[in-house]
Design a protein around this ligand. Structure first.
Ligand SMILES: *Cc1c(COP(=O)(O)O)cnc(C)c1O
Length: 372
């Protein structure tokens, strides 16, 4: 993390808490909400987000890898922490030492957990991941019951849950969503006759758009941070509040006549007398090169377009039509300035990606200030 930088990521913990409470209110009583704080809480800072959510009553969290879970435990997180992506076998003891919850998708991992459990005299509950059309991790649906029986037959391990993941959760009508839902529902019914475990399937999209798919727990990621998987600023329509802003300042203002090439490759040529503001932000700061000649930033409450290629630590914006811009002026790349707002969905549209990636990229490398 860069100290003393021109660039600051600003995160509102209260926005995340408010999104959490709102999402939780979408679930019927007795169902749980798992807060996804993998990827450093989608760039917002895993420790700060997790502790803020813990303060708001959240007691179930999810990360990708064991190292992230260990970091959170060491920072005082008390609830259940799901490790979604398995583990290298030399890390199995961490599940017992730090009381972590494994998601399992291979028999080898289950046997490894069983041996480690026997060795330390503790039992561990496993959540079985099944593949229902994502083409990603998991046992095939027709293996699930056998795997669950196998788990129950091994010492030290027991079946605590069954889960799957939607490829297009934001669209309940999509064939993939309907298929995954039908497969999972059937499996879940069968499961519950034999195992006292929970079933969970919904991520943000299903949490907001597909209540039938809530089962026993929703796993919310992007919506906690104020966005909807659909993009297009749909999150705001659902009452979600974006939590991250990103700001810098003008490094220098330059004036050029018409016909001057700007930045690497001269992909932009001034078409009139042009005032450019040079900004100390580039792709190293998570401001992606694909925003070259198509992004916008806010200066003095107005939109200024990116001119030319984004460099490693610098980019230029056209401020010809904005009065009085000078070195040191605040520039907002993500977030609100006066009456204008740029969202991660806007940036994602310009850069041909999704809000998730924008938040991760910007959040990962910059100094973060928590405003509340
Ligand atoms: C990341 C992830 C989620 C959260 O998804 P969002 O779309 O961010 O809500 C839920 N479940 C699994 C298995 C995930 O990997």
């Amino acid at each position: 993390m860069k100290q003393n930088s021109y660039n600051n990521v600003i995160v509102s913990r209260s926005a995340i808490v408010s999104n959490y409470l709102y999402l939780k209110s979408k679930l019927k009583d007795g169902k749980k909400t798992l807060a996804m704080i993998k990827a450093n809480a989608y760039g917002h800072g895993a420790r700060e987000v997790a502790l803020a959510l813990q303060g708001a009553g959240c007691s179930v969290f999810g990360v990708a890898e064991t190292r992230e879970a260990v970091h959170l435990r060491e920072n005082g997180l008390k609830g259940e922490i799901f490790v979604m992506m398995g583990f290298t076998h030399d890390a199995v003891s961490l599940f017992f030492e730090y009381d972590l919850t494994p998601v399992v998708f291979s028999l080898e991992a289950i046997e490894c957990l069983s041996e480690a459990a026997a060795a330390c005299g503790k039992d561990i509950g496993c959540h079985i991941k099944v593949e229902t059309g994502m083409g990603r991790l998991g046992f095939e649906p027709d293996q699930a019951i056998d795997i669950a029986r196998k788990i129950d037959s091994l010492p030290g391990v027991f079946v605590a849950g069954l889960l799957s993941h939607f490829p297009e959760s934001e669209d309940p009508q999509a064939a993939s969503t309907q298929n995954a839902y039908a497969l999972f529902s059937e499996l879940c019914t069968e499961f519950k006759t034999e195992f006292s475990s929970i079933c969970h399937l919904a991520n943000s999209g299903a949490m907001l758009n597909f209540p039938e798919a809530h089962f026993d727990m929703g796993r919310v990621g992007i919506s906690l941070y104020g966005y909807h998987p659909e993009g297009d600023n749909v999150g705001v329509e659902h009452g979600l509040i974006p939590a991250m802003s990103f700001a810098t300042q003008v490094l220098q203002v330059k004036e050029y006549p018409a016909g001057v090439g700007i930045s690497y490759g001269h992909t932009f040529t001034t078409s009139r007398r042009t005032k450019l503001a040079v900004l100390p932000v580039g792709y190293e700061d998570g401001y992606m090169r694909s925003l070259s000649n198509c992004g916008e930033v806010l200066v003095r409450g107005q939109r200024a377009p990116i001119c030319g290629r984004i460099c490693m630590n610098i980019c230029m914006v056209d401020v010809t039509d904005i009065d009085g811009v000078e070195a040191g002026d605040e520039v907002v790349l993500l977030g609100r300035q006066e009456d204008e707002t740029i969202t991660a969905d806007d940036i994602a549209t310009w850069a041909n990606t999704i809000s998730y990636e924008v938040l991760c990229m910007i959040g990962h490398t910059n100094k973060t200030i928590y405003i509340d």
